[in-house]
Design a binder for this molecule. Structure first.
Ligand code: AGP
Length: 360
């Protein structure tokens, strides 16, 4: 087993470090399956997208991005809740099922229910020949390679990369992006592997240091707005599942409708900022938390004005809103990993969790 870890103490850290390479592999694999998947999604009346856990966060991102780029109705839902969503679906709709393993029973049940209704199904998985890929009308794959750590890391960033590409292809079909626009965005996406590498190099030490503070806390909030929200939700899930620190991801604007009641001196609140147009509102939320004594940490783009108001900041070396979400989860993965290590728990095998959930 230690040979398979290639010198890393845990699979989770090895897989975090593999991200530049597997994102590159995923981009290199953007081919005909993506074109056909995008065509099928574009042809549907309403696009539904479903998944569980981390894959749900990626799906939520896809829904937000596709709606923003295309003006289309895109409805994300947690796969175990499919019975509530099937009522509003009809045979002209299309479902995108996202699952790294391609075996999650909740997502498979949602897929079968939509198929039974007559909907076309596109899948995005990491495993060729998995049941969800086999049962879909069009299978699309990320190329993350096998993920051993129970916590999803490289499968999440490759999902985001793949889903960004699908969203752009749908936008092209809807006339919202011309061939030139697609080409230049693909060029921008190609910058991702180097940028991911840069973020890991720059902020691994930061995450190690910050983990000492977080390991001593019993709770944390992860807040964001817009396209950053799925990243905040995923950051919170990572901390909770591997480091056993209670963490909640919330839309920043919603925090004053309840969650803020828990905030007192030193309570850690992580802010994730993606869209420049939402920065002013996010700044208001930072001020609200600071006024209650919160310890504020920001994952912010280069040039962001939020930096001056935060106790701690991680500045991502990009301002490109298409790339930022993928880059911004990296320091949060590292923070969760090092907090687990600091607490002396095994991040590869969190208690009570299985890599693939095959019971409903
Ligand atoms: C993520 O860290 C978890 N292990 C879990 O939420 C996971 O994403 C979920 O069970 C879905 O798995 P899938 O992508 O294989 O369908």
């Amino acid at each position: 087993e230690s040979a398979r870890k290639e010198g890393f103490p845990h699979f989770m850290l090895k897989e975090i470090h593999e991200q530049p390479r597997v994102i590159n592999d995923t981009i290199a694999g953007f081919g005909r399956d993506y074109e056909m998947g995008a065509e099928m999604l574009h042809s549907g009346d309403t696009i539904f997208v479903t998944a569980a856990g981390t894959s749900y966060h990626a799906s939520m991102y896809f829904a937000l991005l596709t709606a923003k780029l295309t003006g289309r109705k895109v409805i994300p839902f947690i796969s175990s809740e499919y019975e509530s969503y099937i009522h509003s679906a009809s045979s002209g709709d299309v479902l995108l099922a996202v699952s790294q393993s391609g075996e999650t029973i909740d997502t498979l049940m949602a897929l079968r229910a939509f198929k039974a209704l007559g909907c076309k199904v596109v899948s995005l998985t990491n495993v060729i020949g998995s049941v969800i890929s086999r049962e879909s009308d069009q299978a699309v794959y990320m190329k993350a390679g096998p993920e051993i750590g129970v916590a999803a890391t490289k499968t999440f960033t490759t999902q985001l990369t793949a889903l960004t590409w699908l969203a752009l292809l749908i936008a092209q079909r809807g006339g919202r992006l011309d061939a030139e626009g697609i080409k230049s965005t693909r060029e921008r996406i190609k910058a991702l592997p180097d940028l991911v590498e840069e973020v890991i190099m720059k902020y691994e030490g930061w995450a190690k240091g910050m983990s000492r503070l977080i390991a001593a806390k019993s709770s944390a909030y992860y807040l964001s707005r817009g396209l950053g929200l799925p990243i905040a939700l995923e950051g919170a899930l990572k901390l909770k599942e591997v480091a056993y620190v209670h963490a909640e991801g919330y839309p920043a604007g919603e925090s004053k409708h309840g969650p803020i009641a828990l905030v007192e001196r030193g309570f850690p609140v992580v802010f994730v900022s993606v869209e420049k147009s939402l920065e002013k509102k996010l700044l208001g939320n930072i001020e609200e938390m600071k006024a209650r004594g919160a310890f504020t940490i920001g994952i912010i783009p280069q040039g962001s004005e939020l930096g001056a108001r935060l106790d701690e900041k991680v500045v991502i070396p990009s301002r490109d809103e298409v790339l930022l979400p993928i880059l911004e989860i990296i320091p949060l993965q590292l923070l969760a990993y090092y907090t687990a290590v600091e607490k002396g728990v095994d991040p590869d095998k969190p208690r009570n969790l299985a890599k693939t959930v095959t019971v409903e």
